[in-house]
Design a protein around this ligand. Sequence first.
Ligand code: ADP
Length: 730
Amino acid sequence: MAPETGTAPGLERLPVLLPLPLFKPYDYLGPPGLQPGDFVAVPIGGRVSPGVVWTQGGPAERIDGKKLKLVLRRFEAPPLTAETLRFVEWFAHYNMSPVGAVLRLVMRSGDVLEPPAGVLGYRATGMAPARLTPQRAAVLAEATGCPVPAASLIQRSGVSHVVLKGLEQAGALEAVRLDPDPPYAAPDPLRASKELSPAQHESAQSLRRAVREGRGGAILLDGVTGSGKTEVYLEAVAEALSRDPAAQVLILLPEIALTLPFLSRVSERFGAEPAAWHSGIGSAGRRRVWRRVAEGNARLVVGARSALFLPFRKLSLIVVDEEHDGAYKQEDGVIYQARDMAVARAALDKFPVILASATPSLESVVNVDQGRYGYERLPARFGRAQLPHVALIDMRRDGPAAGRWLSPILVEGVNETLARGEQALLFINRRGYAPLTICRRCGHRMKAPHSDTLLVEHRFEQKLVCHHTGFSMPKPVACPACRAPGALAACGPGVERVAEEAAGLWPQARLTTLSSDTAPSASSMRSVLDAMHAGEIDILVATQLVAKGHHFPGLTLVGVVDADLGLAGGDLRAAERTYQLMSQVAGRAGRAEKPGRALIQTYDPGAAVMQALASGDREAFLAAEASSRRALQFPPFGRLVAVILRSRNERVLHETAAAHKAAAPPADGIDVWGPAPAPFYRIRGEARLRFLVRARRDINVQAFVDAWLRRTKLPGSVRRAVDVDPYSFH
Ligand code: ADP
């Protein structure tokens, strides 16, 4: 029998979870007094790793007491709370991921655990030096009041380090150690907000009440674009912050919506900068946010989906803005849906979560209908702004000549708009020039190497690019298959090609293209959006970068070049996503005084989604979507889990898949479909097959999948991923 305590006196056996793809903590020996949630350093496989003293889950790997290794030390970082540990456990179980991999999302790289080395700074003492040169005077002027980092003193006053040293010796400057992670100023929830309209006020009061009463559960805040949802949910944020001085609030946004204007709007409301968490903040910025959140100093966090894993001390409210957005689904590594996990976290800790959208997901709407979520609706745009008029253009009847993409009706619409001195947006959700390059002689299609993905021509960069693998190459002069020179032809439109056509049609207009290729950084994107806002652009040709959250007062016409684009591919949510994206884009028009309209080009004007867009009858569309999903028992009426197998060795892959199929135990209310090849079967030399498990809603599908996969063997050359509630599969 292994003893319960270690052989060394005074040491205790402790489960420690490491941020590695492990399903359980390991046992170590540690000094008494270590608590669950403490960050510790432990030896593992000949190196030292940070980990967390764990309590949750089943028993840790039992190892004979004599063989147990020692905990080396405890980190200074504040321990994870019991709520965070519970969330990590729940999350790992639900998403069928190794709990250690989920902990890694919380711990990041681990470099956040060490207190940062201080930065050298200087402060003027108030004592004048005997010799006051202009250089010295400049330094003292900069360093009066708050201490300033030495590096910025040198930069700002244009002096060398010797001057600072001289002033220090003369007693005029005092050296200080500065914290490189300055604390966040406290948000002031009592600051005056904008005066709310009666409808906004009513919704705000009801959200405030939910926060005050500490009601757990989700509330859907459903309001058309421009109705003031942000103003309204910021009231709930104010309530949470003012009720409890330790409370922390998280506002989640899709990465793309995390722009400076949004952050300044939040800063303005609370008179203090929120902690911003997104891919652009760099490692120093991440450490600052992580540490300040862990200490409880950062009380208001605005972040992308991974902000859900910050080590909050007392999370009390989450807002998920644009809750319908597909960007909340993390598809690589640990796979999860951040909105759903936010709802789960709120339910576990019993605080409210607000889901805001102009085009809510079917999941949320059904949850409201079935009484699981609360509901607040803002029916109208704020002020005098009107929703745009939406019309469909039937491309079968009214389409343009071959090789062109803008129909005469849309061209006329742009003409009228420009004649009135207003702005037009041409929207096409496809990067590059053309989605397909094909040889006119032999029919060869240009694909990425060892992949079934098509190469997209980017004429701007003069390259062929694969959007799935990242592969790129110069466009060849001759067809690589039949060697015919000059036979490679571009097929179909991308944003660059539409811009080319528009430039030809309206040579006098000020025209700009916006896509992640033409504006690769946040600042280049910002400058285009600012120019559009200022009326310095007549025609903006853009991808979905432009779809969200921006106000362009002079924009009165939105032309959707290819509304059918998102409908191909047979994805369960394709129609819903198209509806959402088209509404969001159309919603850019007429946001101010002038009325706006949207012209939508489609080859399938009879489709339910197009009819719903034209009539603005969202309820009818959602009802039709809901009934078709109910008939198929698809989410939210049933459960889906995907099991994906990948390998470079196709024979082994198919044998493994067949063995998986045979091992699936029969179960009532559960179907195992597949294996089916991925639409792009091969990517970077790896072939991929997928099983889809569909289960009745009341069934614990994770338990079934777990039992099934335990009965299978996975050869070393095959990799397996589980995707609970899958969205896309490329
Ligand atoms: P949504 O989030 O629903 O799209 P916003 O909250 O962004 O709407 O509001 C749209 C625009 O209207 C913003 O510019 C916002 O500042 C303005 N606005 C909304 N409500 C008010 C109000 N009560 N007073 C003044 N401006 C408002």
